[in-house]
Design a binder for this molecule. Structure first.
Ligand code: FAD
Ligand code: S2G
Ligand code: ZN
Length: 545
């Protein structure tokens, strides 16, 4: 019985035989068939070390034809498989529940084509996202998605989870940027939907079924995706805010004043900043570590095109309305030396929230002028206590690094319960506070538990993380669930914004989808995978019963 979802191993599934392994070796070549228990360990365990499978076999097909032959064989033999890319998924979707065969796409890493004129890329599913971004950057394009896991996650896994990430606000969802897919179905049929046309309105848009299906409807073997022109001007700022309400105000102002050049709006709370600084060597708050980035005032005043910026008096108090302009941005917020920074009362306390905001545009002077006006507005309204503008790629990267390593830092601090959810922005942080209060009241002796919030605030996507130093426990799990799912349902949110359902939320789909909708999903699953051999127990499994 599975400890997470109480499922039992499907009665109709066969046990793996030696003759099966021999067949796979003849089909794929001995080196692409792994049975060694030690080598299988990392493939049987998810990135968070929360889900543990017991697969005895890893297959690494090199071609679509191989995948087709393997699936036809497994379907015939009723041998369940789990497709796996970079194994960075966070809901247990990419690892076996019991002894399912792991079908890894890591052997399928060819870039099949790139059209300079249109920016359409066609690549095999096992290509790592970072490698693709590097490839298209050389042609003056960027991938339309960016995740903290870009160094390991694969484009097939990205599509299969309908990954969101740091660029969704500007470049949209994969449901829009994926142009075509090649998918191998449960019976081995190769479904060639691999078009690079921007528009192809011919019947049902089948590729959409597989985007976000988390490997339960077929194995994606190749992806055609629309890349975006590499922006000539990238501006990044790191801001400190006194409250989450201020964060929402800054977001609103960014959307109106930065408008078409706004490409990312992320937030993190003070607990994130602390755990990153505590757990990761050499990562520090750019607003207290003056070496990280140039103070907004110096940068904005010096940046080209800001000549027109009102130089204004040195802003000694961000709450006054003395005509402070952006160029008088408080230099750096230094809690140890509050006297040297702006003297306003709100600066006496460490900021409770931080934001990373980025613009992608085609004309630096134009972009800096808009950014300058935006910073002036949010400063003069008191929604920003302090901040800095990156004046080099290295500074921009270091700002993003803080945001991207929060997950890793939380993982180092303890075992993490992750809740990737969509909520109306105005209530978003109330969920973090509600969970903090609930843990304090239900488990008052557990002061060691760290509850924090961060995420893609521009998309209404919160990442609530509860890090438990002593490890996963039923005691903590029962305080968190179903409380969190009920809270989300009561606030018209979604229990999964971008990570998917996987195994973790297979029993919670009803908090965000009607039974009727789930029944339709189950009938699609039964039609496309009648023997249920592709990634069983995941996504709609619970509702099948
Ligand atoms: P895997 O983990 O290998 O698999 C994920 C799911 O896809 C599984 O259900 C698996 O069965 C299925 N699958 C994989 N390959 C295929 C295929 N070829 N065909 C069919 N099904 C397949 N996610 C976000 O959305 N946004 C983020 O900002 C983000 N940031 C992250 C940061 C960190 C540090 C980490 C560790 C993870 C982050 N993630 C994020 C989660 C994860 O990176 C994404 O879900 C990613 O898309 C998973 O890709 P993968 O190749 O690792 O897939
Ligand atoms: C992110 C992944 C990590 C997490 O960093 O945007 O999607 O902890 C997340 O949820
Ligand atoms: Zn995310």
């Amino acid at each position: 019985r599975c400890g997470h979802c109480q499922a039992t191993r499907g009665p109709s599934y066969s046990q793996l035989q030696t003759s099966d392994v021999e067949w796979f070796k003849r089909c794929l070549g001995e080196s692409n068939v792994v049975t060694d228990v030690e080598r299988l360990k990392s493939f049987n365990r998810d990135w968070m070390k929360k889900y543990q499978g017991h697969s005895q076999l890893l297959l690494r097909p090199k071609t679509t034809q191989h995948v087709s032959e393997v699936l036809a064989y497994c379907n015939e033999r009723s041998l369940p498989i789990v497709p796996q890319g970079g194994n960075t998924g966070l809901v247990g979707g990419g690892v076996p529940v019991f002894d399912e065969i792991i079908l890894s796409t890591q052997g399928m890493t060819r870039i099949l084509s790139f059209e300079e004129s249109s920016g359409a890329l066609v690549a095999e599913a096992g290509c790592v996202l970072q490698a693709l971004d590097d490839h298209v950057t050389g042609h003056g394009y960027i991938m339309p998605l960016d995740l903290g896991a870009k160094g390991s996650c694969c484009i097939g896994g990205n599509v299969s989870t309908n990954a969101g990430g740091l660029r969704l606000l500007r470049y949209g969802s994969l449901h829009g940027s994926v142009l075509g897919l090649e998918v191998v179905m449960a019976d081995g049929t190769i479904l060639d939907l691999l078009k690079t046309l921007r528009k192809d309105n011919t019947g049902y848009d089948l590729k959409q079924l597989f985007i976000g299906a988390e490997g339960t409807l077929g194995v994606i073997t190749a992806v055609a995706i629309q890349c975006a022109p590499r922006p000539a001007s990238v501006q990044s700022v790191f801001l400190a805010c006194p409250s989450f309400e201020a964060v929402t105000k800054v977001l609103g102002t960014a959307k109106t004043m930065l408008a078409e050049i706004l490409s990312a709006a992320e937030f993190l709370d003070q607990h994130c900043m602390r755990v990153v600084e505590e757990q990761l060597e050499g990562v520090s708050n750019p607003l207290t570590d003056s070496g990280t980035c140039t103070a907004a005032s110096a940068a904005v005043a010096a940046a080209p095109g800001s000549e027109g910026t009102n130089k204004g008096p040195a802003c000694t108090d961000s709450n006054t309305t003395t005509g402070c302009s952006t160029s008088s941005f408080a230099s750096t917020f230094d809690p140890d030396n509050a006297a040297s920074s702006s003297s306003s009362a709100s600066l006496q306390l460490p900021p409770r929230f931080y934001m990373v905001i980025e613009t992608h545009g085609s004309h630096e002077a134009h972009d800096v002028e808009k950014l300058d006006a935006f910073l002036e507005a949010v400063m003069s309204e008191g929604h920003v206590l302090d901040g800095c503008v990156a004046t080099s790629k290295a500074q921009s990267d270091s700002m993003w690094h803080i945001r991207e390593v929060i997950a890793e830092a939380c993982g180092r601090a303890g075992s993490v319960y992750k809740y990737d959810v969509s909520l109306p922005v105005q209530v978003m942080y109330q969920l973090v506070e509600a969970v903090q209060q609930r843990l304090a009241s239900q488990l008052p002796h557990r002061q060691d538990i760290l509850t924090l919030g961060y995420g893609h605030v521009g998309d209404g996507n919160l990442h609530l993380n509860v890090s438990v130093p002593s490890g996963y426990s039923q005691e903590v799990q029962e305080v968190l669930e179903p409380f969190i799912y009920e809270w989300i349902q009561g606030h018209s949110g979604s229990i999964s914004a971008e990570h998917g359902i996987g195994l973790m939320k297979a029993g919670a789909l009803t908090y965000s989808k009607s039974l009727k909708a789930i029944q339709v999903m189950s009938s699609i699953k039964s039609m496309l995978d009648p023997k249920g051999i592709i990634n069983p127990y995941k996504v709609v499994y619970k509702q099948q019963a």
